[in-house]
Design a protein around this ligand. Structure first.
Ligand SMILES: [Fe+2]
Length: 188
């Protein structure tokens, strides 16, 4: 797959959008993804990235919510994808997500409900030659000076699209005080 592609899938009806916003506004968060490493011991001398605890103070929180039965039924009836999970993501209290690769999925099929500003940029990167011997792992923060941009998009609101999330990517330019809300299907 390309790094990014739009899909001609049906838009979310108003009642589904409202339900998503209600979940974000009222429900407890399932988990916060930008946590310090809790998995394996990483040998940082062989790793491209840095611990997530070292992200700058403007890095947004990445919150993950479960969906209701209503939402999951509507998706399974209307969206022709073989996903293993549906979540709502809310990106809040910051201006960006640091470059990273996703955990436990190769592709994300996303739908932006709130953009977080009119010029939010999603970028894909490749690793500069001098760092290519290092390993990129999930739950790490990959500094941008080790990377070259290969694709940059301002994703349209309320349009289904796929992101190849095993490639290094980030989200930047979120307006201070705004949040970015996404419905995301995880594909193996
Ligand atoms: Fe990601």
């Amino acid at each position: 797959m390309k790094y990014f592609t739009y899909h001609d899938y049906p838009v979310l009806p108003e009642f589904i959008k409202q339900e998503i916003l209600e979940i974000v506004d009222s429900n407890p968060v399932v988990c916060e993804v930008l946590l310090p490493q809790i998995k394996e011991n990483i040998d940082w001398s062989k790793n491209l990235g840095l611990p997530l605890s070292e992200v700058d103070k403007h890095t947004s929180n990445f919150l993950v919510y479960d969906v209701s039965e209503n939402i999951s039924n509507w998706i399974s009836k209307n969206i022709p994808e073989k996903y293993k999970q549906i979540n709502i993501n809310s990106i809040v209290n910051g201006t960006h997500l640091v470059p990273h690769i996703d955990e436990k999925r190769t592709r994300a099929v996303n739908y932006v409900i709130e953009t977080g500003g009119s010029n939010v940029i999603t970028s894909f990167y490749k690793v500069k030659k001098k760092y290519q011997h290092l390993e990129a792992t999930t739950r790490t923060y990959i500094p941008r000076h080790k990377l070259t941009t290969i694709e940059k998009i301002t994703i349209k609101k309320e349009s289904w699209h796929s992101l190849a999330v095993q490639n290094i990517h980030d989200v930047r330019n979120i307006k201070i005080g705004k949040r970015r809300i996404i419905l995301t299907l995880s594909i193996d």
